[in-house]
Design a protein around this ligand. Structure first.
Ligand code: GLN
Length: 543
């Protein structure tokens, strides 16, 4: 039976529980263990699909079409294990399911309560689908002490009891702040946080202490004594120079050893972390650098483009170059004094990422035009591909070319389609439907043209990539777009939905309807990002 590691956070949010969970899984994998990571989100949204990127950062999409928390992206990038719908749950989803059952009369007249009904649902979620795994790492969102996370801590307490000794370990993340005027690191917030979670019946086994300064022996001993853990289980977690150094760093500090010891498992043989050493060698010793302009809408909040940012860095790792990302606000180019040319001229390549809504789209179209005319490498992702097609159509003389997403248009080069085929059969989408759940979501196959640039990049003609969009490029405009030099080089297997466009007369111009960034990993960079960065490198040598 799988063993469970519960990761909780105390003192403040943003202590990096997601990275901790992903890094711990990476270290355990490096010892040959099979791991899965799950995220419990205590908010009342059913999923993050309808939440603003400003609030919640990126929505991460799994192969099986779940819209999940961005931490699942870390999990995949660090473990290479594809996340599933069953790896992320929210309080909203749990309540929705319980209320649906209650309405059906499934509870046979019983009073439905947080304990046991909500806590049981949380436990079922943790335990489901764990056959063949050695470890399941469960990250509880939020901070201990929040009202919202109480049912999760209670479920965790019960599980520790239900599963018996040796089957669960609790890792608690805290902050050990540096008080400048006193010149001291303070352990009190950690003591309070551990007291809080212990008062809920969960004694942490391992403490991960985030800090700006190394923790002296005396403070470490104090934390151990007051928090009831061995001194070796007080793990110092200084800020890392790259997120990909975190598995190596936490391993050096003894995280995986302490977790194994808490389970009563041997710490020998030592893990093989060579793939992480290889990644860090490329990060630490770049042989050049490129600057990529990302023209988007949520540029003030890089978390909104988390996977994209990482995929660009992976492209850099593949080429052993440092990637500087310049976030450019698309709306700048819509202002009368907006100067597209001088903003974009210093870029070695331009990327227009995914997005929703009309705001900023004319600026994005202007960036496509700039990249096309100046022969600067261009990568359009999802909305970025749609903008490349609208730009192409306008260049071919279709003046009113637009997307139905932005209102009625006489020339819907991008439009809502209502039916398409998936592995589960015919899917339907209703224009007036709820915003949550009307998108083409998850992995879909595409067939690439044999002689296309993208087939050469992928090294194959059948691919599967993840989607998250409501609108599609309208294949009826194929002939017009071809007139503008834009070729449909990837289509859905039934030939109806354009998946990829490219410009054969351009050094690197590719638009994709899907999100390749979700599948890129530091030790396995996505071919499109590796090739795009290689093109940017070439461009940097020209200018
Ligand atoms: N807004 C566009 C659509 O829904 C693109 C979505 C995206 O870029 N993810 O089709």
């Amino acid at each position: 039976m799988a063993r469970f590691v519960f990761v909780t956070g105390g003192v403040v949010s943003s202590l990096g529980k997601g990275l901790l969970s992903a890094s711990l899984a990476a270290c355990l994998q490096a010892r040959g263990y099979k791991c899965r990571i799950r995220k419990f989100d205590p908010y009342l949204n059913v999923d993050p699909g309808t939440m603003s990127p400003y609030q919640h950062g990126e929505v991460y999409v799994t192969d099986d079409g779940a819209e999940t928390d961005l931490d699942l992206g870390h999990y995949e990038r660090f473990t290479g294990v594809s996340a599933r719908q069953s790896d992320n749950v929210t309080t909203g989803r749990i309540y929705r399911d319980i209320i649906a059952r209650e309405r059906r009369g499934d509870y046979l007249g019983a009073t439905v309560q947080v304990i046991p009904h909500v806590t049981n649902a949380i436990k079922e979620f943790a335990l489901a689908d764990t056959d063949g795994l050695d470890f399941v790492i469960c990250e509880i969102g939020g901070t201990v002490g929040d009202i919202e996370s109480l049912p999760y801590i209670e479920a965790l307490r019960q599980l520790r009891n239900d599963l018996g000794r040796g089957q669960t370990v609790s890792v608690h993340t805290t902050l050990v702040p540096w008080i400048k005027v006193a010149g001291e690191l303070k352990t009190k917030p950690t003591q309070h946080s551990v007291r809080e979670i212990a008062s809920l019946g969960v004694q942490p086994d391992v403490l991960l202490c985030r800090c700006e300064m190394p923790i002296p022996e005396a403070e470490r001993a104090k934390i151990a004594q007051f928090c009831n853990v061995p001194k070796s289980a007080v793990i110092e977690a200084l800020d890392a120079r790259s997120i990909y150094d975190v598995p190596l760093q936490y391993h050096r500090e003894g995280l995986d050893d302490e977790v194994l010891k808490a389970f009563g498992l041997p710490t020998e043989p030592r893990p093989d972390l060579s793939r992480w050493e290889g990644v860090m060698d490329a990060v630490d010793h770049p042989e050049g650098e490129v600057t990529i302009g990302v023209v988007g809408k949520y540029v003030g909040l890089p978390d909104a483009y988390k996977s994209l940012r990482e995929a660009l860095i992976h492209g850099g790792i593949a080429n052993r170059v440092k990637v500087n990302i310049k976030w450019v606000d698309a709306e700048l180019f819509e202002k009368p004094d907006g100067d597209t040319i001088s903003e974009l001229e210093p870029m070695h390549a331009i990327l227009v990422p995914g997005g929703f809504g009309e705001r900023g789209t004319e600026g994005k179209i202007a960036s496509v035009r700039f990249a096309k005319e100046r022969k600067v490498p261009f990568f359009g992702i999802c909305l970025g591909m749609q903008m490349a097609c609208i730009e192409g159509a306008r260049a071919a003389g279709i003046e009113g070319a637009s997307s139905t997403e932005f209102g009625d248009t006489p020339e819907p080069v991008v439009g809502m389609i209502t039916e398409w085929m998936s592995e589960e059969g015919l899917q339907e989408r209703r224009a007036g439907g709820d915003l949550g759940g009307t998108m083409r979501l998850g992995a879909y196959e595409a067939t690439l043209g044999g002689n296309s640039h993208v087939a050469a990049i992928y090294g194959k003609t059948q691919i599967s990539e993840r989607h998250r969009h409501r609108y599609e490029v309208n294949a009826h405009y194929k002939a017009d777009l071809e007139k503008s030099g834009l070729v449909f080089s990837g289509m859905s297997p039934d030939g109806r939905l354009p998946e990829i466009v490219e410009r054969p007369d351009h050094p690197w111009f590719v638009g994709v309807q899907f999100h390749p960034e979700y599948k890129s990993r530091p030790f396995d960079p996505h071919p499109l990002f590796a090739s795009f960065i290689a093109a940017a490198l070439k461009q940097s040598r020209l200018v």
